[in-house]
Design a protein. Structure first.
Lengths: 374, 66
């Protein structure tokens, strides 16, 4: 994504007056400030950069009332899974929790979105800037909005920007994010989810690939055998990026920073930590997430004293799907291939307890097959 | 009678032929906000002035993939 010059970020296209829906609204009606003041410095007193966050009722809700009704529960706004997961790992000590709350406000809470930060500007977390001269974008552009935040994993996986790995087959079919991730999913449905994978109207592969279990389908036997046993990604994703040990802090100037210890490509099948009616599979792809017992040490020691409550290898849906992959080349490319499965030796000593429920014991690794489907 | 016909035709011309936007008056087009934010020149001057007074916002210590 090309960075914008400071003046480009705030340049308004005069064509906005031709927008039959929004062109009648004066700047100050949403942003405040004094439109009659000839001095730009004083005119900006009280100006709100994003009038759609944290509450979009005044700016958007009067017309888009149905969307606005669920706004606060949209995961892009509430970040509720972040909070719940950190809470679960956090110490129960109130003093520590308060300090952890400050750290999260500095480092985590800024990563939200809003109506404006999808439909008008790039998100603040990537330094903002109008998408197209403040013209309202019904569908947020993929690279300036979606992958501006979801960049290091999703974007590079999807576009095939990792050396030696192919782009997602869906990218080659010219599909953009909104093909699977609909506006309804993004806007939320009023329910407060603990995990993004719980979202009811989130995408499922079978929404489009309805035919895979039909008798006449090409790989019907393979698909039927593995149904509810392995997620689609287990067979169809390529290796993906994993990160470890993110640490946050502030530098000498008081500016917030983060550092991750390392990142590496891997493909690991593990036991499904989020087994549910919607995701009944026994085996799923797992990705190591950049968290560490000492992530928040700069602010308070032992903040994550219940670190072992949740795995650090988490359910993942890599966005680099291919029809043919190394592991689905034949039955025995996967069956009996211990290196594909998350084993105790793959996990750092200090994370073994946290990951005990997702490690695959040797007796659960599917045995080599003599039979091969035609 | 002829006089009224001319006025009537002129009114019809204005309503049908001339684009609607000509009649719409966006009061805010005359405001300082609109005049400045639609002028790249004015914005460049203003943002340069702001840049002189504001320090960098991103720490140089940020590293790795987030």
């Amino acid at each position: 994504m090309e960075p914008l010059a400071p003046h480009e970020k705030i340049f308004v296209d005069s064509d906005i007056v031709d927008d039959e829906n929004h062109g009648e609204i004066a700047c100050h009606e949403c942003h405040g400030g004094n439109p009659d003041d000839p001095n730009w410095k004083t005119a900006h007193k009280g100006v709100v950069k994003d009038p759609t966050y944290p509450d979009a009722t005044t700016a958007c809700g009067e017309c888009h009332d149905e969307i606005n009704e669920n706004y606060q529960k949209s995961l892009h706004v509430s970040l509720s899974p972040y909070k719940l997961i950190i809470d679960e790992r956090a110490s129960s000590n109130t003093v520590i929790r308060n300090k952890l709350g400050c750290a999260m406000n500095t480092h985590c809470s800024e990563c939200h979105s809003s109506c404006g930060q999808c439909h008008i500007s790039r998100p603040n977390s990537v330094e903002g800037g109008f998408l197209d001269g403040h013209l309202f974008q019904k569908k947020p552009p993929m690279q300036e909005v979606c992958t501006a935040c979801h960049g290091s994993r999703i974007q590079k996986e999807y576009l095939g920007e990792h050396k030696g790995l192919l782009p997602s087959i869906h990218k080659e079919k010219y599909m953009k994010c909104d093909k699977c991730h609909t506006g309804e999913e993004m806007h939320g449905n009023g329910k407060d989810y603990a995990h993004r994978y719980d979202v009811e109207n989130g995408p499922k592969c079978v929404d489009c690939h309805k035919e895979i279990y039909r008798r006449e389908a090409k790989n019907v036997i393979t698909h039927r055998i593995h149904k509810d046993k392995a997620s689609c990604h287990v067979c169809h994703s390529q290796p993906y990026n994993n990160c470890s040990a993110c640490h946050v802090g502030k530098d000498k100037q008081g500016l917030a920073f983060f550092k991750t210890k390392s990142s590496w490509f891997d493909f690991k099948i593990g036991l499904n930590p989020l087994k549910s009616e919607k995701r009944p599979e026994k085996f799923v792809t797992l990705r190591h997430v950049p968290v560490d017992k000492r992530t928040f040490d700069f602010y308070v020691k032992d903040a994550l004293s219940n670190f072992d409550t949740l795995p650090t290898w988490k359910l993942a849906t890599p966005h680099n799907i291919r029809l043919k992959t190394t592991q689905n080349a034949s039955c025995n490319a996967c069956h009996g291939n211990e290196s594909l499965f998350l084993r105790e030796k793959d996990v750092e000593d200090n994370e073994k307890e946290a990951n005990k429920n997702v490690l695959v014991p040797v007796n659960l690794i599917p045995k080599k097959q003599k039979w091969q489907p035609k | 009678m002829k006089y009224f016909r001319v006025i009537g035709m002129a009114a019809a011309f204005c309503l049908v032929i001339i684009p609607g936007n000509t009649f719409l008056c966006h009061a805010y087009e005359d405001t300082q906000c609109f005049q400045c934010h639609t002028s790249a020149k004015k914005l460049i001057e203003a943002t340069r002035e702001i840049a002189k007074t504001r320090p960098a916002r991103k720490s140089a210590e940020t590293s790795g993939e987030g």
